[in-house]
Design a protein around this ligand. Structure first.
Ligand code: S3P
Length: 434
């Protein structure tokens, strides 16, 4: 397990190109597997999570070719068609990836064969009842440890369409139901009281499925004929946020993130940062495979900080670690509420944020549904030994917080960044000025 030393830096500057968006990569891989023909997906995420999805698809008999041109990850998927997946001889391992497990549960529920889906020790502790419950209503038969946890034994069944209202705002649950809906005769609908990322809806349309959105209800028609396609995945905004955070912490910084995804259901973090006083600019906005992308530039500024709560939380869910770690660098501090979901992510992110922020000397109040971090008046952060508990976003958020601290920090087991961004530390080293 590799510990990483992060020394304070003076500034960050440069142009950064990030791996393809993790959420979109999973969806393109799965839909390409269910389509007929050869899909070419360029800028596919190098994240370990997205490789887990490819590995599972290969075990289900899908042809996956990983090629790289000009250092860019390209994946070619020979689609099996909606009826073409084959029984896997061994269990399917989703690794650390909740998206892989929850989306594939939706797909596997409607097959004519049985599957076992498992994952690493973190994933085996994350709640799966939220996908099992709607899928059972569709006719799925899924056995789980304590009715909630992986390994999941999924017995392929004939599915019926349902109309489902999401009890927790979750794009993964919405997606599991919509993907299962592809194997049901008729229209499957999901109503979301709180909007979540719509990458599944966008990708389904791109592959030729009949998807309709009326207000907060999205419906998909079953048994579509999905067609292979060529797609380019935009850079991952959730990874970009760490570099934007570094520019905001370090004086005289100026950074440009190239070709980053700007889907409006994902980009609330940019509105939050702008509202806190961040001088953010978006240029070269364009569409790509149904998704928006562009270049984002950021310079250093003093941030006000503020409170994040209510419906906004679902739209910021993966960016909350960085926003929390910015807290001690803001004028008024950062308060996060209504975010109990953070406790069931790759780690208990509320507890891990509180623990490591305190190790750095921050003043933190922990609540069941969030935390309150005192701003600059709480004193300058000091370097510390950080334990991200195997959680990639914790490791990256604290590597950034450490850049502005007094004295060096050590990020334990830093290789966990590979779950979403294997080249994170290399890019950081190439852009910071000491
Ligand atoms: C994701 C949805 C979110 C997010 C996760 C990726 C997706 O999870 O936190 O990192 O790709 O659909 P939930 O659906 O559990 O909110």
């Amino acid at each position: 397990m590799a510990d990483k030393t992060v020394d304070p830096a003076r500034s960050i500057s440069g142009v950064v190109e990030l791996p393809g968006d993790k959420s979109i990569s999973h969806r393109y891989a799965i839909l390409a597997a269910l389509a007929r023909g050869r899909s070419e997906i360029s800028h596919y995420s190098e994240a370990a999570d997205c490789q887990s999805t490819l590995d599972c698809l290969e075990r289900l008999g899908v042809g996956v070719e990983r090629t790289g041109r000009n250092g860019d990850a390209e994946v070619v998927i020979a689609g099996a068609g909606t009826d073409g997946l084959r029984v896997a001889r061994r269990s399917l391992d989703a690794g650390n990836s909740g998206t892989t497990m929850r989306l594939l549960t939706g797909v596997l529920a409607g097959q004519h064969f049985n599957s076992i889906l498992t994952g690493d020790s973190s994933l085996r502790r994350r709640p799966m009842r939220r996908v099992i419950e709607p899928l059972e209503r569709m006719g799925a038969r899924i056995q789980a440890r304590e009715a909630n946890f992986a390994p999941l034994e999924i017995r392929g069944s004939a599915l019926q369409p349902i109309q489902y209202t999401l009890p927790v705002p979750s794009a993964q649950v919405k997606s599991a139901v919509l993907l299962a809906g592809l194997f049901a005769e008729g229209d499957t609908s999901v109503e979301e009281p709180v909007r979540t990322r719509d990458h599944t809806e966008v990708a389904l349309r791109e592959f030729g499925a009949d998807v309709r959105q009326v207000g907060s209800i999205v419906s998909v028609s079953g048994r579509p004929r999905l067609e292979a396609r060529r797609a380019m995945i935009p850079g991952d905004l959730s990874s970009a946020v760490f570099f934007l955070g570094a520019a905001l912490i370090l004086p005289d910084s100026s950074i440009v993130i190239h070709n980053v995804g700007l889907n409006p259901t994902r980009s609330a973090v940019l509105d939050v940062l702008s509202g806190w006083g961040a001088p953010l600019r978006i240029v070269a906005l364009r569409g790509e495979s149904g998704e928006l992308m562009g270049d984002v530039s950021m310079r250093h500024a003093d941030l006000s900080g503020g409170t994040l709560s209510g419906e906004l939380i679902a739209q910021l869910i993966d960016e909350l670690p960085m926003l929390a770690a910015l807290g001690p660098y803001t004028e008024n501090g950062v308060e996060i509420r209504d975010a109990a979901e953070l406790r069931v992510k790759e780690s208990d992110r509320i507890a891990v944020l509180a623990d490591n922020l305190r190790r750095m000397g921050a003043q933190v109040e922990e609540h069941p549904d969030g935390l309150r971090i005192k701003g600059r008046a709480g004193g300058r952060l000091r370097g510390a030994e950080i334990d991200p508990r195997g959680d990639h976003r914790m490791a990256m958020a604290f590597a950034i917080a450490a850049l502005g601290a007094q004295g060096g920090s050590i990020i334990r087991d830093s290789e966990c960044v590979g779950i979403s961004h294997p080249g994170f530390f290399e890019i950081l080293e190439g852009t910071v000025v000491r």
